[in-house]
Design a protein around this ligand. Structure first.
Ligand code: GLA
Length: 368
């Protein structure tokens, strides 16, 4: 366990005891992630290259107790306590993520005994760093520990995604839950979302990433994300394929037959899949100049073809490149949030500091 994880675990135990008057029975943590390449490809059966974050994540403490059928949940981030019934549906509150996991995993036990949960997070919400996936994975890990079950990390990722899809109502792919459950913080993870084949992809030690929040936060359950999912489905139907990732660079000519908007959406997915494969090769070869170029091309594709960047993330990417970064791109679901910037290890800290100083509202979230 890293120092940061141990500290989060201690903090959440202390918070649980302060709030509920007794120590927790179990604790669990899960990291957030930054995505290096492969945006909006996961629900299209494509490739992704996320990297779980060291020291940025969610910690959960749990214990049985309270009224049968009730869940008492407390969070430092939301500064609130919420009480839910195990029979409830989603209500658009932060505790929905917990409730969805608990209903999927331990409905019978909680109906009998009640459950108390404390949660702390060191991840900013709405930054595109997978705060909700980390919450789900930490919650499922804690439930497994509390009720003596041993799901595999892949099973946890699959369950967490279905909570998000079926209970929370966000039609996401599996990248975030997979990165949080399976990945090794500080190392990239290549995943083929079609068959869940994966492999670690270590980042050369003489390079680093800065993660800078643009100051504009997204809310993925709002329209934009679901609209992109629907547009990809419409492009598939028009092209007669099951998934956009059934198509490769040789098929780009076929997109001319589509309405402009659908053609651009499909082009993003096809070219982004290629960038992930090329990026994996570049990482293996230690060719970070190529990796950086692919990141910047990915940003341009998100901006021009997928229409999911905002002026604040575009400006940060441009400023990072002008200041000598190898590459930069908006990361995560989009419509704002954070950008990830690649540079030589010795240059990355001053670069991050300069960008934050120059762009109003921007703030440095991590150097990794
Ligand atoms: C969000 C979703 C992921 C993925 C990204 C975009 O983070 O949860 O499944 O689609 O957006 O790449």
């Amino acid at each position: 366990m890293s120092g940061a994880t141990r500290e989060m675990t201690q903090r959440v135990s202390t918070a649980f005891e302060a709030h509920f008057g007794a120590p927790p029975e179990v604790t669990a943590t899960a990291p957030g992630r930054v995505n290096l390449l492969g945006e909006h490809t996961d629900y299209n059966g494509g490739y992704v290259l996320p990297m779980p974050l060291r020291g940025l994540g969610v910690a959960i403490a749990m214990g049985r107790g309270g009224a049968p059928g009730g869940i008492e949940a407390w969070s430092d981030t939301f500064h609130t306590a919420e009480t839910r019934a195990i029979t409830e549906g989603r209500e658009g509150r932060w505790s929905d993520y917990l409730l969805g996991c608990i209903r999927a995993e331990a409905a019978a036990e909680v109906a009998e005994q009640g459950l108390r949960v404390a949660l702390i997070t060191t991840l900013p919400m709405g930054a595109g760093l997978s705060s909700s996936a980390a919450l789900e994975v930490a919650c499922l890990r804690a439930l497994a520990a509390l009720y003596g079950r041993a799901p595999s990390p892949v099973e946890i990722a699959i369950r967490a995604r279905s909570v998000e899809n079926d209970f929370v109502g966000m039609p996401c792919g599996i990248m975030d839950q997979f990165a949080s459950s399976i990945g090794d913080p500080g190392n990239a993870l290549f995943l083929d979302t079609r068959n869940l084949d994966y492999q670690p992809a270590p980042v050369p030690a003489d390079h680093g990433f800065a993660i800078v929040h643009s100051g504009t936060s997204h809310q993925l359950t709002e329209d934009g994300y679901a609209t992109r999912v629907a547009e990809c489905a419409a492009a598939c139907e028009a092209l007669g394929v099951e998934m956009l990732s059934d198509l490769g660079p040789d098929d780009l000519g076929r997109l001319a037959a589509l309405p402009d908007l659908l053609g651009r959406r499909a082009r993003h997915v096809i070219t982004e899949n290629r960038r992930v494969l090329d990026g994996l090769e570049a990482l293996k070869a230690g060719d970070m100049v190529t990796f950086g170029r692919l990141m910047s091309e990915s940003h341009a594709s998100q901006r021009d073809d997928y229409d999911i960047t905002v002026p604040e993330t575009d400006a940060l990417v441009e400023a990072a490149l002008a200041a000598g970064a190898f590459g930069a791109r908006q990361t995560g679901g989009g419509f704002g949030g954070a950008v990830v910037i690649l540079a030589a290890k010795t240059a990355i800290e001053p670069l991050g500091a300069t960008l934050v100083e120059r762009q109003p509202g921007a703030r440095l979230l991590a150097i990794t």
